[in-house]
Design a protein around this ligand. Structure first.
Ligand code: GLC
Length: 400
């Protein structure tokens, strides 16, 4: 897991024929498209004419991300690689290109980690129960259909695991009724791709927990990742302008780092392969801040410190990072510090900050005031030993 925890921040890309519609990735299901109409309206027009995965990789690097995860197929079942299992694929219709191969090559060439998102759902497959008129079917019509479908999806995964070089993450999504034979296929994946990480959406063995649109840390001892949209949709949506700003993204990163988790942030390129400008601008701004405030994110440890009213505290090694969101003056009282503080300084630029310590209370004085950074002002406390809190009660009572 070391590279995963080192990265703490990655990009997920929802891109497929639905991007043509510009109404999110559930269009086939929500708007009850037949496969025929979906093909003529969207798949044939999914031509990817400006697809340049190197530009995606470049942006991910500028943003400070360590890995990229591409929807090799979403719930519409359309494959972005040259599969032998169906003609419903990008090498046959629309783009006439193996989009997965170009993606994997570009990510590896850029020195980042390659992730494949794979939805097991398949709204148009004859053996997928309820086809596309149901959200998540809960049972198979019969055992023979189940076996055929499981064989179908496992064959597709096997292709992805054997034809595209080293794959670093298999990112499952899209429930299908159980049993999915997940343990058998995951065991096989581990043999085909030693070192690959698998999320927990198709049973054990898996390597990390995944939560969606919420920061829900996995219990201590478990690695985890929260996937988040940048607006309110995963796939490109022409009418969705509800962008999170750089400040919101950084707060999510800080919040997640407090519990040693990762953020997998979504982008939804247009059907030609271009990342919407607002996404580009936000990611660049986040990257700029991370470059000015380096070191706290990669490999952050679980923070023992509880809540306060001014910001968040992340920890790493013998450093405590005070991320101040709501400053109220040049002085900050930080309680519950169980270590002797050796040094205090601003992360951005390294200017020392005066402090005094009385037992577990540290009083910082002479903080730059007013705080100029609208995102956060981060102060580093270098301490003796591993950061510890003196507070024994970390939760508080809320009346029912
Ligand atoms: C939700 C969406 C799905 C998306 C996924 C990412 O489940 O319904 O379309 O791919 O989130 O985790």
């Amino acid at each position: 897991m070391s590279w995963f925890n080192q990265a703490r921040y990655g990009m997920i890309i929802h891109w497929g024929p639905y991007s043509v519609g510009g109404r999110g990735e559930w269009i086939a299901n929500r708007e009850l498209y037949s496969k025929k109409d979906y093909t003529t309206e969207f798949v044939e027009k999914f031509t990817a004419e400006n697809y340049d995965p190197r530009a995606w990789v470049k942006l991910a690097k500028e943003a400070g991300m360590g890995y990229l995860v591409l929807t090799t197929r979403h719930h519409d079942g359309f494959c972005l690689w040259d599969t032998d299992t169906t003609d419903f694929k990008s090498t046959k219709i629309g783009a006439k290109r193996d989009l997965v191969r170009e993606f994997a090559d570009a990510v590896r060439e850029g020195g980042l980690k390659v992730g494949f998102y794979f939805s097991m759902a398949d709204w148009f497959h004859p053996d997928y129960p309820g086809a596309h008129r149901r959200d998540w079917p809960d049972s198979w019509p019969d055992e023979a259909a189940r076996q055929r479908f499981v064989k179908f999806y496992c064959t597709q995964i096997e292709e992805l695991m054997t034809r595209y070089g080293k794959v670093d993450i298999l990112w499952y999504d899209g429930c299908i009724p159980s049993p999915t034979d997940g343990t058998a296929i995951n065991t096989c994946i581990k043999q085909l791709q030693p070192g690959i990480l698998i999320n927990n959406r198709n049973g054990a063995p898996h390597d990390f927990h995944s939560c969606e649109q919420a920061i829900k840390p996995a219990p201590a001892g478990h690695d985890w990742e929260a996937c988040m949209t940048l607006n309110e949709n995963w796939g490109f949506h022409a009418g969705d302008h509800q962008w999170k700003n750089a400040r919101a993204v950084l707060r999510m990163l800080i919040e997640t780092a407090c519990s040693a988790g990762n953020i997998l942030l979504n982008i939804g390129p247009t059907s030609d392969g271009v990342i919407p400008q607002p996404s580009v601008d936000i990611l660049r701004e986040v990257g700029d801040w991370l470059r000015r405030n380096p070191g706290w994110l990669a490999d952050s440890d679980r923070s023992p410190f509880t809540w306060n009213n001014w910001g968040r505290i992340t920890v790493k090694g013998n450093r405590i990072y005070l991320h101040i969101f709501n400053g109220t003056g040049p002085r900050l009282r930080v309680a519950d510090i169980g270590n002797r503080v050796l040094r205090a300084y601003r992360l951005d630029g390294g200017a020392p900050v005066a402090f005094r310590q009385s037992n577990d209370l540290v009083i910082l004085d002479g903080l730059p005031w007013p705080l100029k950074d609208p995102i956060a002002t981060t102060i580093v406390l270098e301490v003796e030993g591993t950061p510890q809190t003196t507070r024994t009660q970390t939760s508080f009572w809320i009346p029912e």
